[in-house]
Design a protein around this ligand. Structure first.
Ligand SMILES: [Zn+2]
Length: 52
């Protein structure tokens, strides 16, 4: 079984390019479709996201 495609945690689009991820303090990992979505999520959830 191959890994299914992930969807962006901000806009729900299919993630075509991997690498836009954020680690949360909970240990959870969020994936995004682009740098923009990652940036917005990071801004909105500053308190939950682990600093890089
Ligand atoms: Zn997105």
């Amino acid at each position: 079984m191959s890994e299914g495609k992930k969807t962006c945690d901000l806009c729900n689009l299919t993630v075509e390019v991997s690498g836009f991820t954020l680690k949360l303090k909970t240990g959870e990992e969020k994936v995004f479709c682009c740098e923009g979505c990652k940036g917005i999520y990071q801004m909105l959830n500053e308190d939950k996201v682990l600093p890089e």
